[in-house]
Design a protein around this ligand. Structure first.
Ligand code: KG4
Ligand code: ZN
Length: 339
């Protein structure tokens, strides 16, 4: 079985060909980071336009890499939820058109569950059932998975996503976009205990997160409550390092604590973590230490499959096997569906 998977939920135009044994025959990711850098975040209209320009060249390159033609595929899968409307629609229209023209079955991919499924790609045995954690630019959520296709929502952020907080704090500190890699680099030379930033709900049993108060606390640590334009305040290099390290540690403490609580409350023994923030070295190290202490089996998505890519669309192989095909009325669902 060979499936072409497409990913255009946010600002990466990506395609991959995956086999029924989860072998990756080809993978191409066209990042738009350079287009959005000047705005310190993704501009939806720019993202949609760039997807239109890139989707077919990316598909062509992917098929060339896999040494396949469209006619040799068994299905096409596309991420149709959640994401930016204008971005999602490009991938969905491309997939539906290619399925219609080449008489191929169509499969849908839930982008969040795909982030968790990325953990299955390197695993020798099934990682399911497990607790799944998605920590990305748009989402910070915990699920209980009975299997790859059946998940129950356990909790998530009530405001900003973890990655969004990294991006916004990086902007306040004058660091580059995307903020996660820039902050984690600056944090290497900083003191994580320099600022006592808030860790919302950390002593609570609820499996929710909140990062907007933390973001405001960083803002006040930079300029005090009265400051209007935080970007205009000059910080020394060491101040940026310390603020980065203290902010990162606050986020990591919340993520680690809730991940462990979710596993304990679920009665399961395994946790799978995916999404851009799962690339964070301090988070990976500290969650690994805690899981080892608690006897929890931990799977992180491989580094190249943490940020958005089409390989994680391999979850479509499970849908193919379960006979869960779509017809050409498949639509985008931009908003978060909590299941
Ligand atoms: O999963 P992703 O590519 O896109 C979404 O589905 O949102 O995640 C992108 C997010 C960005 O907010 C970026 O700053 C964050 O992942 N990120 C990181 C790191 N690398 C990327 N956050 C913390 N540490 C990192 N090393
Ligand atoms: Zn994502």
């Amino acid at each position: 079985m060979k499936i072409l998977c497409l990913e255009t939920t946010c600002d990466e135009t990506a395609a991959a060909v995956i086999t029924g044994d989860l072998e990756v025959l080809a993978s191409v990711v066209a990042s738009q980071a350079d287009l959005h850098e000047a705005f310190n975040g993704v501009v939806p209209e720019i993202a949609a336009r760039a997807h239109v320009e890139r989707i077919f060249p990316v598909i062509d390159q992917t098929l060339k890499q896999a040494q396949l033609t469209l006619g040799e595929l068994d299905a096409i899968a596309v991420a149709n939820t959640p994401g930016l409307s204008g971005s999602l629609i490009v991938g969905v229209v491309a997939a539906k058109t290619l399925c219609l023209v080449n008489d191929l079955p169509l499969l849908a991919i839930n982008h969040l569950h795909a982030h968790v499924f990325a953990c299955q790609l390197d695993a020798k045995e099934s990682v399911f059932p497990c607790v799944g954690m998605v920590v990305s630019g748009g989402h910070t959520h915990l699920y209980k998975y009975q299997d790859a296709l059946n998940a129950t929502y356990l909790g998530g952020t009530i405001d900003d996503a973890a990655g969004e907080a990294f991006d916004k704090v990086a902007s306040m500190l004058g660091l580059s976009y995307p903020g996660g890699p820039a902050i984690s680099k600056a944090a290497l030379s900083g003191d994580p205990k320099k600022h006592a930033f808030p860790r919302s709900f950390i002593h609570d049993d609820r499996l929710d997160f909140s990062f907007s108060g933390l973001k405001t606390a960083v803002r006040y640590a930079i300029g005090g409550p009265g400051s209007r334009d935080v970007h205009a305040i000059e910080l020394s290099e060491q101040q940026v390092f310390d603020l980065s390290a203290s902010f990162q540690q606050a986020v990591v403490d919340c993520l680690v604590s809730k991940a462990i609580k979710a596993v304990q409350q679920s009665g399961l023994k395994t946790i799978c973590v995916g999404g851009g923030v799962a690339a964070n070295r301090v988070f990976r190290d500290q969650l690994s230490q805690q899981c080892e202490k608690q006897g929890i089996q931990l799977h992180f998505a491989a580094l190249q499959y943490c940020t958005d890519n089409a390989v994680m669309g391999a979850i479509a192989v499970e849908r193919f096997k379960a006979g869960l095909f779509e017809d050409l009325t498949l639509d985008i669902k931009p908003g978060l569906v909590r299941h």
